[in-house]
Design a protein around this ligand. Structure first.
Ligand code: ATP
Ligand code: MG
Length: 275
């Protein structure tokens, strides 16, 4: 296993050094984006520039989602702006917002102007939410259906929406005012009969998070309820986005390292306070 990995890594490195694009793509794109990101991070500048021409913005977006957040702004800055803007279009909006928040304001503004309108509008909205709140960590790629749809209609919609959704395991249900009125799991949807109406089979007691909720409280809710995702709503219960459990794992890691720094800080004070 590890031998195979090393062999693969070596093949990729060879393909890059020899500028064999087909060879590189064949081996590199086989890997999980996390592994792709770790290989990418190791490269010298000239090889990174090669990779920017070997991969499509869509492929590069997946790599960037997994690159260490402390390194990503440097990489984005060295790219041709139009290429970087395309990467942000292709990325999950929550990751795009997370990365854009690390960049200088004027750079962000220039990316937003060259980006496709639909993508930049969504990103702009998310950039407005305060840091470490539901709004700032949620993503807008979720599956939503109308409560009066039949199960069959819902399945047809799900098939169309699935490729771009962050998760399809929970399908959120709204009424004609776009208010969140229920949720149904994919499991429950596929075992229901095609002519049943969604409001008869959905779960009406849907747990949601207000858009201003702090990320620590959301992490706690996710643990308490054991959901894989939570819907985010405004004060009128309009569905705005979802937070998935992988986002919460990032939050918990962040909180843990914050707590660690605080602890380290306290012991410093004590140590120096004594003398
Ligand atoms: P179960 O645990 O019932 O076997 P499961 O393992 O397939 O179901 P879970 O992820 O455990 O799925 O979700 C359990 C139930 O919670 C599902 O029926 C789903 O519809 C419901 N659910 C999902 N999200 C919410 C939510 N935000 N509020 C209320 N219920 C929800
Ligand atoms: Mg379960």
């Amino acid at each position: 296993e590890t031998h195979e990995r090393m062999q693969m890594w070596e093949n990729i490195q060879q393909a890059l050094v020899n500028e064999q694009i087909d060879q590189f793509r064949a081996e590199f794109l086989e890997l999980h984006p996390y592994d792709q990101a770790k290989i990418f991070e190791e490269q010298e500048e000239d090889i990174r520039f090669l990779i920017y021409t070997y991969l499509s913005p869509e492929e590069m977006a997946e790599v960037m989602e997994h690159v260490d957040r402390d390194l990503v702004s440097e990489f984005i800055s060295e790219m041709v702006p139009a290429f970087a803007a395309k990467i942000f279009e292709e990325m999950a909006t929550d990751d795009a917002v997370d990365i854009l928040n690390e960049l200088e304001k004027n750079k962000v503004a220039s990316f937003l102007t060259i980006m496709e309108k639909e993508a930049s509008d969504e990103i702009k909205q998310l950039l407005h939410y305060e840091e470490k709140t539901a709004g700032s960590i949620m993503t807008t790629e979720f599956v939503v259906i109308h409560h009066e749809m039949t199960v069959k209609e819902a399945m047809r919609h799900l098939r169309k929406a699935a490729p771009d959704a962050e998760t399809i395991y929970y399908i959120y249900v709204v009424d004609s005012y776009k208010k969140l009125v229920g949720v149904i799991s994919l499991r429950d949807l596929i075992i229901a009969e095609g002519d049943w109406i969604i409001y008869d089979v959905m779960n009406e007691r849907v747990v949601s998070v207000p858009v201003g909720e702090g990320q620590e409280d959301i992490a706690q809710m996710m643990r308490d309820y054991d959901f894989l995702a939570l819907p985010v709503v405004d004060f009128q219960d309009h569905l705005l986005g979802i937070i998935t459990v992988d986002d919460i794992m990032d939050v918990m890691e962040e909180e843990a390292s914050d707590d660690y720094s605080k602890l380290a800080g306290i012991s410093d004070v004590e140590r120096f306070g004594d003398t």
